[in-house]
Write a protein that binds this ligand. Structure first.
Ligand code: FES
Length: 224
């Protein structure tokens, strides 16, 4: 098994940025929902080689050795999920993409089946996810959603809008994710609603539970 690497988020007013802590330093973002009003361009992140997911490369990143860059491009990422509060999330970078781990409440889970008639692909037949996440929750354990937070329309970063009936989205809003770029909407399993620009549900990456409190993103050999 490749050695997991640690990821930390770098505070930046304009873009969310991430670095690889090759010495094992890790910092997770649990600071709420609406600080994420920044765009994330898929193409830009992909060519970043899995190191800096957005914005300008930092001196830290530039100083990395090629072998470390190669490691960053494809290595699994281990995440401690024990500190995530219900209704909150952490963000890590995996292969240059922002992966969110969201702790869904029981109320959020109970809402999911009710959304099915409103969704474009409620059974995730067209979207990308591991077979073991092709279910109502799109996850291994119902409460923890792990997804690549990139809108399937043009690659912006959707915002978590977990409040049912959020005033900005209308009284019928059931809670989920909203992409401010062109108005695409997703439920709390990141399944896309009908009549929005995004064509597909957001992507679920491969992952595995190392323990009850730690997951490894980018590795699923236990399930294969
Ligand atoms: S990029 Fe999300 S709606 Fe267009």
């Amino acid at each position: 098994m490749p050695s997991p690497i640690k990821i930390f988020r770098v505070a930046n007013k304009k873009w969310p940025m991430y670095g690889l802590a090759v010495t094992g330093i890790e910092k997770m973002n649990t600071d709420g929902v609406d600080k994420g009003k920044r765009r994330f361009l898929l193409a830009a992140s992909s060519v970043a080689g899995g190191i800096a997911v957005a914005g300008t490369a930092t001196p830290f990143v530039l100083s990395m050795l090629p072998s470390q860059r190669a490691l960053a491009a494809g290595a699994p990422v281990e995440v401690d999920i024990s500190k995530i509060e219900p209704g909150s999330y952490v963000t890590v970078a995996w292969r240059g993409k922002p992966v969110w781990v969201t702790y869904r409440t029981q109320a959020m889970l109970e809402q999911l089946p009710k959304n099915d008639p409103l969704l474009r692909d409620p059974n995730s037949n067209e979207s990308t996810q591991p077979d073991y996440c092709k279910n109502e929750y799109r996850s291994i354990k119902p409460q923890y959603l792990v997804h690549v937070n990139i809108c399937t329309h043009l690659g912006c970063a959707p915002l978590l809008k977990k409040q049912v009936g959020d005033p900005s989205l209308g009284a019928s809003w059931p809670g989920g994710f909203f992409c401010p770029c062109h108005g695409s909407r997703y439920d709390m399993s990141v399944r896309v609603f009908k009549d929005v620009p995004a064509p597909l549900n957001m992507v679920i990456p491969p992952y595995v539970y190392k323990t009850d409190s730690r997951i490894i993103i980018g590795q699923d050999n236990i399930h294969s």
